[in-house]
Write a protein that binds this ligand. Structure first.
Ligand code: HEM
Ligand code: HEM
Length: 186
């Protein structure tokens, strides 16, 4: 299994705790959570805070995408974006309750991350368009913004649910790992 812990000639020893999430990934994650939730909670005002929080979220998404090409191994897209076959195999195993352990993001988590990043970008860009002379008051762009914001909320519910369930089933606190950055090698 590509990218799973324990594979490869330079695989670290089982049981050892290793650094997986670099400071940018960790700080970026919690800043993204704070800015996205602030944008959501302020959609009825004040508009300045709503817009700034949305732009901040967009800025973090842009940096995270760049980091996905130049950052340390586990932050790279090629480390966690997997093909349909491997993702389907993982999803089946996850449903059965015997999913393999991944040191980085698992295949389902990887696709969820892409969906979250793309939806935050869509929501923020459509929000920005509403402030321009071209699209100010455009019913279509307003609907796109409202729809992508709601879809984002839907993804977040699944993301948090998936993280908590995977933590519980795998006996590993993934939320704590997103704070201190370390995970145990299986
Ligand atoms: C606005 C809400 C949220 C957004 C937009 C969001 C977005 C993301 C993104 C983009 C990643 C990938 C991190 C990276 O590689 O850079 C991620 C991972 C993660 N998130 Fe969130 N997140 C949100 C809320 C939360 C919350 C509330 C929790 C805690 C319960 C959480 C826990 C995690 C964990 C543990 C991971 C790593 C999963 C793994 O081990 O593969 N997230 N999230
Ligand atoms: C993650 C980022 C964002 C989220 C989650 C978000 C969320 C929302 C939500 C839920 C609404 C109410 C939609 C409705 O029910 O009609 C809204 C409205 C609005 N947002 Fe955002 N937004 C974000 C970013 C932005 C940005 C960056 C801007 C502009 C700079 C912006 C500008 C607006 C405007 C102008 C409205 C009012 C639209 C109308 O007249 O219905 N938003 N936003």
């Amino acid at each position: 299994m590509i990218g799973a812990a324990g594979d490869g000639a330079d695989a670290p020893t089982a049981g050892v705790r290793v650094k997986v999430w670099d400071p940018f990934v960790r700080l970026g994650h919690w800043a993204l959570v704070a800015s996205t939730l602030t944008a959501w909670l302020t959609h009825e005002g004040p508009p300045a805070l709503h817009d700034r929080a949305g732009y901040l979220a967009l800025g973090i998404v842009v940096l995270r995408v760049l980091w996905g090409f130049i950052g340390p191994p586990h932050s790279r897209f090629k480390d966690f974006v997997r093909g349909v076959e491997e993702t389907t195999r993982y999803a089946r195993a996850w449903l059965r309750g015997d999913a393999p352990h991944y040191l980085g993001h698992n295949p389902l988590g990887g696709w969820m991350i892409l969906a979250l990043l793309a939806t935050i970008a869509t929501t923020s860009v459509t929000g920005w368009l509403l402030t321009t002379d071209w699209f100010w008051g455009s019913a279509i762009v307003e609907s796109l913004h409202a729809f992508s914001a709601r879809f984002l909320l839907f993804l977040i519910v699944f993301h948090v649910g998936g993280v908590l369930l995977t933590s519980w089933r795998g006996g590993e606190n993934l939320v704590a790992a997103m704070i201190h950055g370390k995970k145990r090698v299986r």
